[in-house]
Ligand binder design. Structure first.
Ligand SMILES: *Cc1c(COP(=O)(O)O)cnc(C)c1O
Length: 343
């Protein structure tokens, strides 16, 4: 399995030699006592970058999101998110289990919705019959939506609705850096609009583990307690934070290369007679459908015989994700293989 070209996810990357070197050199301490200088450095760097007061390191993006949901809500309340949201679909039902929160799902487009979709669906606290709406959570880029990027002006409109209704606003920014690079936006723009933001270091940025939650001092003080409650307080975790710091310093701008490769793979797919359609490609995720006469699993198997791994999302959707471990040579092999396949 050595030379496998793995397009299943951007989570499959392994630390480069230089990243491992940075991890080996990390100065560490017991982070439960806030005494790990490398963790502190990573948290300060990200908080500053986004213009937020504080930040907290997490073992996973799911935990960062779930802690954010818990700190913004009380049991019995309601969160609004898209029907495809990761916080609703792929975190084990955590919002209900951890926070006792129900989710009102919006039928959006590729994981995104409009501020106007909130008209008339926000439950006020003076109606004793309904779950009180307290939180709106969005995702940028959208995962199930194929790496789609929100229109920033729509996010500004949503923020206005949140302010008018006293709702907290959380961003699941697992792949936010992909959106920033693709749309030429800045971290500070996002820091200004959201109460809390979660960022994954272990997706396109290429660190082996880790996410960070950003917010005010008050949010992060609450998050610190909830992270402990969830079992996520770790000790000499600076070794992992060092990978995150390395990723922030070296792996942001290069995301454009992943996006370019994804676009080119998409263009190739579009021209194949056994591909029915390719969803719009904005960042590093490619979602496509095959024509009815071609079996998806057979297609996946054929690619596998050619050392290329991709994933089946179900309902006829296939997915490829580009990332920093896909070399130029591998990219050429992908294009060549796709053009060679016959069905
Ligand atoms: C990957 C991802 C997360 C976090 O996933 P973990 O595997 O828990 O780190 C959260 N939201 C989105 C949109 C993601 O793609």
């Amino acid at each position: 399995m050595t030379n496998m070209i793995n397009l299943i996810s951007d989570t499959v990357t392994k630390p480069s030699k230089a990243m491992l070197e940075a991890m080996m050199q990390a100065e560490v301490g017991d982070d439960v006592f806030k005494a790990d200088p490398t963790v502190n450095k990573l948290q300060e760097k990200l908080a500053k970058m986004f213009g937020k007061e504080d930040a907290l390191f997490f073992p996973s993006g799911s935990m960062a999101n779930q802690v954010a949901i818990k700190l913004h809500t009380n049991p019995g309340e309601q969160m609004i998110c898209d029907k495809w949201a990761h916080v609703y679909n792929f975190e084990g039902g955590g919002a209900a289990a951890n926070s006792g929160v129900s989710s009102l799902l919006i039928d959006g487009d590729r994981g995104m919705f409009k501020a106007s979709d909130l008209n008339g669906i926000i439950n006020a606290s003076d109606n004793i019959h309904t779950a009180i709406t307290t939180l709106v959570a969005i995702e940028n880029t959208t995962n199930k939506g194929g790496g789609a990027c929100w229109d920033f002006q729509e996010i500004e409109k949503l923020k206005k609705v949140c302010i008018e209704n006293g709702l907290a606003f959380h961003l699941d920014g697992a792949r936010l850096f992909n959106a920033l690079v693709a749309k030429n936006e800045t971290p500070k723009q996002y820091g200004e609009l959201f109460d809390t933001i979660s960022i994954c270091l272990s997706k396109g940025l290429g660190a082996p583990v880790g996410s960070v939650l950003l917010g005010t001092k008050e949010h992060i003080t609450k998050a610190l307690r909830i992270r402990k409650l969830f079992g996520g307080a770790m000790r000499q975790v600076g070794y992992l934070a060092a990978a995150g710091l390395y990723a922030l310093e070296n792996n942001i701008e290069r995301l454009t290369e992943d996006h370019k490769k994804a676009t080119q793979i998409g263009n190739t797919l579009q021209n194949l007679n056994f591909v029915k359609s390719v969803e719009p490609i904005e960042t590093n995720i490619i979602i496509f459908n095959l024509i009815a006469s071609v079996d998806e699993n057979e297609f996946i198997e054929k690619l596998k015989e050619n050392n290329i791994l991709i994933s089946n999302m179900g309902q006829g959707k296939l997915r490829m994700v580009t990332h920093l471990d896909i070399t130029e040579e591998m990219f050429q092999t992908i294009i060549k293989t796709l053009n060679m396949l016959k069905f």
